[in-house]
Design a protein around this ligand. Structure first.
Ligand SMILES: Cc1cc2nc3c(=O)[nH]c(=O)nc-3n(C[C@H](O)[C@H](O)[C@H](O)COP(=O)(O)OP(=O)(O)OC[C@H]3O[C@@H](n4cnc5c(N)ncnc54)[C@H](O)[C@@H]3O)c2cc1C
Length: 473
């Protein structure tokens, strides 16, 4: 076993021929590495980040979505294959590989026990506003704890880890990969290569190819390391792409969040209880269209479509108490004009937008526990639920930017997680799992928790198939 914790590569034997190289130490990579190692393969995981920062976007996660026919120790009631499938078809609008989608859902049923047997702990089913206790199993300690458990388990199996090592090129010919080249020019050899290096969400130049210059103003919610270097090398060597360049998961987050790695804490949940204005102090979408957990994922795209990719949620002192406080203190002023000036909005235009909204609100209280139908009348766009005047000072503002979570364009795979080449034939020894192939299942839209499910399911399949081809296990 080799674990490069101190970045001292002098002890590392670069001439070793590994059974399996895994590129990326996130959820998908660790599930693949563990599965291959349990089958008796020698496995090396190559990770660009340091040991402290390993695990890419997986570090930020909280749960995975799993089907189950009866209550389990961590999930309530039942979540049938049919219901899960319907949910997936609804959010993707049918843009999914039905075979791979079905496989993902079926195999999701095994995940909590498989991960549990490898040290991952889950919380008892949650209740509360998210209402996910039936469909999603929450990791005790979050994604970081899941990662640490899986890494410890992998190390116990003899899996090697090479940290601070960026794979820049896959050495490929005619769909066969005999190894990889690192950024420092060194090379590694392997019989099988499993690519689990994430999407390209941290590569603003690549995002700009799909989104135009608007992409420069996106904030990246997760790791700065998922730049798509491995994906680019695969595509350059003839792997078949899947998914559209601009399809991704993106939410509206506080514009004051860091450019990278802000995680879940920068999300703003107050949109339904106020109004959202763009740079020109104009409303542009129904803030009360549905409960926030069902709508937050569309607001990344909505803000991305506004001038300068910036927007501002405006609330009064009643509205601001209706949701979980954000990690960022709201910007506060006693008058709408004063707040507008602080947000660098035109004060008169902001006042006019708030006055028009207030005049269109129905009388009487709102009820945030239901879709209360208390909508405005005569506005464009209308606010269809929870329309209460923004009237009681002080007033509060949150600046919003698109926060990209992960991209969907990746490589096409088959049911064995083998990467397909341009001619449709599977590569002889290359596999993919996780974000780098999520677009096979997610053509568009998102179901909370399915990112981790796709990674774990295809990671396990890739590890098992690599071992099977080597006659192990
Ligand atoms: C804030 C946030 C919250 C989320 N919450 C959830 C959630 O609760 N549930 C859910 O299902 N999904 C969630 N997601 C999505 C989820 O993180 C991903 O679907 C999942 O982690 C992907 O796993 P992965 O192994 O494919 O990628 P990652 O976990 O990102 O791992 C990829 C790894 O590859 C490494 N790497 C990249 N390039 C190279 C290279 N060239 N050479 C070597 N190594 C490289 C990276 O450093 C990284 O460690 C969330 C994402 C974010 C950003």
């Amino acid at each position: 076993m080799y674990t490069n914790t101190d970045n001292d590569l002098s002890r590392f034997d670069f001439s070793q021929l590994w059974d399996v190289l895994v590129i990326g130490a996130g959820n998908a990579g660790l599930c693949a590495a563990i599965t291959a190692a349990e089958a008796g393969c020698s496995v090396l995981v190559i990770e660009v980040a340091s040991r402290d920062m390993r695990g890419g976007n997986t570090r930020h996660t909280r749960n995975l979505r799993a089907m189950h026919d009866a209550p389990t120790d961590v999930l309530t009631d039942a979540y049938s294959f049919e219901e899960y499938y319907d949910d997936l078809i609804r959010v993707t609008r049918g843009i999914t590989n039905e075979t791979l989608a079905s496989l993902t859902l079926e195999k999701s049923a095994e995940l909590t026990s498989w991960l549990g047997a490898r040290g991952v702990r889950f919380q008892p089913a949650l209740s509360g506003t998210l209402n996910l206790g039936r469909t999603n199993a929450f990791f005790l300690g979050g994604g970081r704890a899941l990662l640490n458990s899986l890494c410890r388990h992998a190390e116990g199996l003899g899996v090697g880890f090479l940290y601070e090592a960026e794979v820049t090129t896959l050495r490929m010919e005619d769909g066969y990969c005999d190894g990889v080249t690192l950024a420092d020019g060194r090379e590694l050899q392997a019989k099988k290569v499993i690519t689990t290096a994430g999407g390209f969400e941290a590569n603003l130049d690549w995002l700009a190819e799909g989104w135009g210059e608007a992409a420069r103003n996106f904030l990246v919610r997760g790791t700065p390391h998922n730049t798509g270097t491995v994906l680019r090398s695969l595509l350059d060597h003839g792997a078949r792409p899947v998914g559209a360049l601009d399809q991704c998961h993106a939410v509206a987050i506080d514009a004051r969040a860091p450019k990278f790695d802000g995680g879940i804490a920068s999300r703003i949940d107050g949109v339904p209880f106020g109004i959202v204005l763009n740079r020109d102090a104009e409303r542009f979408y129904d803030e009360g269209e549905d409960f926030w957990p069902k709508r937050y994922a569309i607001w990344g795209r909505l803000v991305a479509a506004q001038p300068d990719q910036i927007a501002y949620a405006i609330l009064d002192s009643v509205g601001v108490d209706r949701f979980m406080p954000s990690v960022f203190t709201p910007i506060r002023e006693d008058s709408i004009e004063g707040l507008a000036a602080k947000l660098e909005l035109d004060p008169a235009a902001t006042r006019a937008a708030v006055d028009a909204f207030n005049a269109a609100c129905p009388p009487g209280p709102i009820d945030q526990s239901v879709l209360d139908g208390c909508g405005t009348s005569g506005l464009s766009p209308e606010k269809t639920n929870w329309a209460a005047p923004i009237a009681k000072p002080p007033f509060y503002g949150f600046p919003l930017r698109p926060g990209i979570t992960f991209t969907y364009m990746g490589v096409e795979v088959n049911e064995s997680a083998q990467i397909l080449m341009q001619d449709g034939r599977p590569s002889a020894n290359l596999f993919a799992a996780g974000e780098i192939m999520a677009g096979n299942v997610l053509g568009q839209g998102y179901l909370a928790g399915i990112g981790m499910t796709i990674g774990a399911v295809f990671g396990r399949i890739a590890g098992a198939e690599a071992a099977r081809q080597l006659n192990r296990g």
